[in-house]
Design a protein around this ligand. Structure first.
Ligand SMILES: Cc1cc2nc3c(=O)[nH]c(=O)nc-3n(C[C@H](O)[C@H](O)[C@H](O)COP(=O)(O)OP(=O)(O)OC[C@H]3O[C@@H](n4cnc5c(N)ncnc54)[C@H](O)[C@@H]3O)c2cc1C
Ligand code: SF4
Length: 514
């Protein structure tokens, strides 16, 4: 029997150099990687996100070719590129006389459905394979919590620690506690100098020009001759090494801190390398653990290490499990029935609110904001202002270098907007100016007064916070974590409450000019 000629598709977020597919070379196996308008256009993207994915895909293709694999790489401006996966695959099957098609299971529901249906229409047998990236399968989380109403992240995380024997001593949590979250809530106090963000100087000028020429709609800034994100496994490993050595010793302490002096503080900025699969989550975890064992001047204490491990072993896998347990319904959830438009300043950073200005302008500049900026500044504001979750989702999916729907939507619609009614978060992540003032230096130089609830300079977060609680009290009254605030609202003098609500009404009528 003649040997099959196999076409294997690799998507832009499937750049796993250690996948078993690549263990041996075979001239009868053709790999294809494609830049397509289908993927640049499903949402309006930050230019760095598109350029970053294309640069990483190109460097991955070069690595595979260098190892002797046969790779057909379709650039966005190639004349034979049909800009959609299906016609491109059909052309390749015909041109290369392919007798079998194989693909790696996509992590996004949209692509998963699309590839399954393409596969059913191709004139050759097809098979799908695992990406060999995640530590759980799509259905593990759902199965673990079978019959339970809520999927608790903390229980899942402990299960994962045991399952993978991570930070355990004789079956007990290292250091005596499962979770050091309480030690991860410090404001930046200057006790240790802020590290400079580790950046690369990749030249992506050709890619950026090609994207602009193509007419794909993008936004945000880029310095194409000094593109800062890692675009190869070598750079991703270098970024990981730098993180565990220089930032991890203080990661946990300042995990929730925000400051105008640094756009990434002690965060790893590894999410792009992880989500494109240039790095494997277990190698990141092990690298952090190895560092903590090294005798070093900057030792990594358990509260720093556990705080970091929890993000990857816990949150990241948990979010993926929630995604597969609840898609496709998840992307239509809108618990509060919010209908508002996303204010214009999300695209321009043109606002007098210093916290919003800082978080948005660095996002436009670097396609990055750290977790608390996403959750407690931009996400908090969108929720308080009653923005439709579809618009909030589209913004987060477009603006961040690491935004892939499986992780973006559960964080945005679930954790940040509570649009899932509490599947992920036990209460809505809302706050007045108090939290932002406590955790950052933003309020120090803001036009608004964090202590004022009303008046010209009243901080918008203050009145919008109470307005939100008032509007949604029916939906929140049974939530013990919010009902205390409800009672505070009840105890307010009538005219104080009315002034707050009037202020909120005025601000909501002119959100774009705040
Ligand atoms: C509204 C909102 C939207 C978000 N959208 C995305 C997104 O599109 N893509 C994305 O990867 N993360 C997203 N997150 C989670 C988190 O903010 C980012 O993973 C993190 O900021 C990336 O920066 P870092 O690599 O420096 O993370 P670090 O703070 O250094 O954390 C280390 C790693 O842990 C993982 N991690 C941490 N928190 C989470 C989390 N909540 N969910 C999943 N993984 C986590 C990431 O892989 C991250 O790289 C979002 C959070 C919010 C609140
Ligand atoms: S005063 Fe209000 S708007 Fe200004 S930085 Fe503080 S929280 Fe943000």
């Amino acid at each position: 029997m003649a040997k099959a000629k196999i076409l294997r598709l690799i998507l832009g977020d499937q750049l796993n150099a250690n996948h078993s597919w690549f263990r041996k070379t075979d001239r009868d196996v053709v790999y294809t990687i494609m830049e397509v308008r289908q993927e640049t256009d499903y949402v309006k993207h930050h230019i760095q996100k598109v350029a970053g994915f294309f640069a990483a895909m190109r460097s991955f293709a070069d690595e595979l070719s260098g190892q002797g694999h046969r790779v057909i790489y379709l650039r966005l401006d190639d004349s034979e590129n049909e800009q959609h996966i299906e016609p491109n695959l059909k052309n390749l099957v015909k041109k290369e006389k392919i007798t079998r098609f194989e693909y790696l299971l996509p992590d996004e529901y949209r692509l998963d459905r699309q590839l399954a249906s393409i596969a059913s229409r191709l004139p050759v047998p097809t098979e799908s394979f695992d990406t060999e990236h995640f530590l759980t399968t799509r259905t593990d989380l759902k199965e673990l919590f079978e019959g339970k109403k809520r999927y608790l992240m903390e229980s899942f995380y402990r299960h994962m620690r045991k399952e993978h024997n991570i930070l355990l001593e004789d079956g007990k949590p290292a250091g005596g506690k499962w979770n050091y979250d309480q030690s991860n809530r410090n404001r930046y106090d200057g006790a240790v100098p802020l590290p400079l963000a580790k950046v690369y100087k990749n030249d992506v000028t050709d890619i950026a020009e090609m994207i602009h020429r193509s007419g794909a709609r993008t936004f945000g800034e880029i310095e194409p001759e000094r593109f800062i994100w890692p675009v190869s496994r070598r750079q991703a490993l270098d970024q990981l090494a730098e993180f565990v050595r220089d930032r991890l010793p203080h990661f946990g302490t300042y995990q929730d801190a925000m400051t105008t002096e640094s756009w990434s503080l002690f965060h790893s900025r590894l999410s792009f390398a992880l989500n494109t699969k240039m790095l494997h989550p277990m190698e990141v975890i092990q690298s952090a653990i190895q560092q903590s064992r090294k005798p070093s001047k900057r030792s990594v204490k358990i509260e720093q290490l556990e705080g970091f491990v929890r993000q990857i072993l816990g949150w990241r896998e948990y979010m993926r499990g929630i995604y597969w347990a609840h898609m496709p319904d998840y992307e239509t959830l809108n618990h509060f029935g919010h209908k508002g438009d996303l204010p214009e300043f999300y695209w321009t950073a043109d606002t007098r609110m210093q916290c919003m200005q800082a978080a948005i302008s660095q996002s436009l500049e670097h396609a990055y904001a750290h977790h608390i900026q996403r959750l407690m500044v931009t996400g908090n504001f969108a929720l308080l202002a009653g923005v439709h979750p579809d618009q909030v989702d589209a913004w987060y999916l477009g603006i961040y270098i690491d935004a892939v729907q499986w992780v973006e939507i559960v964080n945005t619609r679930g954790m940040s907007q509570f649009a899932d009614g509490g599947m992920v978060a036990t209460k809505p992540y809302i706050s007045s100016a108090n939290y932002i003032r406590k955790m950052s230096d933003y309020c120090d130089r803001c036009w608004y007064d964090p202590g004022a609830k009303t008046g010209d300079r009243g901080c918008p977060f203050n009145c919008l916070y109470w307005d939100f609680l008032k509007r949604h009290r029916r939906k929140l009254e049974r939530n013990p974590r919010v009902s205390m605030m409800d009672r505070t609202l009840d105890r307010m003098k009538d005219d104080t409450r009315q002034q707050l609500l009037n202020q909120a009404r005025k601000y909501k009528a002119r959100l774009n000019t705040l």
